[in-house]
Design a protein around this ligand. Sequence first.
Ligand code: ARG
Length: 445
Amino acid sequence: MKKLWDKGYDINEEIARFTVGRDRELDLYLAKHDVLGSMAHITMLESVGLLEKNELDALLRELRNIYAEAEAGRFEIEEGIEDVHSQVELMLTRRLGDMGKKIHSGRSRNDQVLVDLKLYTREQIRLVAEDVRVLFEELQGQSERYKDVLMPGYTHLQVAMPSSFGLWFGAYAEGLVDDLMLLQAAYRITNRNPLGSAAGYGSSFPLNRQMTTDLLGFDSMDYNVVYAQMGRGKTERNVAFALAGIAGTLSKLAFDACLFNSQNFAFVTLPKECTTGSSIMPHKKNPDVFELTRAECNKLQALPNQITLIMNNLPSGYFRDLQIIKEVFLPAFAELRDCLQMAAYIIRKIQVNEHILDDSRYDLMFSVEEVNRLTTEGMPFRDAYRKVGMDIEAGQFQPCKEVHHTHEGSVGNLCTAQISALMQQVWDGFGFERALSAERNLLKG
Ligand code: ARG
């Protein structure tokens, strides 16, 4: 195996296999971003006199070709090549000769993989946020559509008080707004430039780090080069916490949906094309989609912990341990997005039972309404509570199924518009356009 760090002696093949690990597969996630990072780096190298203008132009042209190959899914890490960084340099050297070997001045694979991860992560955060937004809109739509349809609310899984489908759907919508706030904090942390930290201690070349920061559309740089390197693993862990937040909301939604879809509840029905059958029981229409969503999202909630444990107690400076984080981190975005897209699809099609409350087993959930009615008529609350309690015990409670909840966020006043405004405010705070336009500019040449 030919290495970037070849110094004239061969490395044991088994050691090479073990240390490369799954990089040849996982680094494919980073290919486009590796190319973008190199484009910014060499543009800066030319500006400080470390590359000729004609070399820069030729290298940029070829890097754009490699980017296009990666985008079309045609980028491969060849057998015998260690990682994406080696592959890109090899392609440039094959196509352009010695100038391909000049791009690595003032850089290490340590800051190269750092910047790749930052660029990958900020793109993936944007895609996750977009999927969250789609699910949010579906939930808000259903919340408004069914705002007048009551359902039982539970505490301890015991029938408690009147709730509504408006509240149920809307609760998850509002939950996603909070989740996006945390995702935005993770985005802010991610969107800072580590390039120029090299192996973790900077370089004696007069690098212009502000220039690569601007070219790549980062909000700022990770200034201290030692800290920039410490960001490896820490960024992933912080982002993983934000992904886990979204996964937690989805997992709860999935469990509600499974429960409410059961014949014993029958509050909602999944459209039949969204269910799965049994090989033995001909009547089955199972909610496997939500069961898998629940498990996948529970798994994703372990991600911050997994990352923490992989990098636990490492001192400052680069360690190869960090490579392993890619195995759990890089695929997590697609896993979460798959669940988000499935949930949005099914929430759009879910059917709601508008007649749940015809069943007398839910009558007692109106007990508090009756207590409150007596209280407004002047009876002290504690006496009213006692009277209704005694009526229930004596089997004489007659529910009035009209509910009058008026305060903010209640059955009768969902505050859908306010929740949408909050979402819009969070959305605008991301400022994805800056990163997107920087990348477009680099690519258009
Ligand atoms: N595959 C490595 C990683 O993900 C790239 C950096 C290699 N650097 C090194 N010093 N061995 O961390």
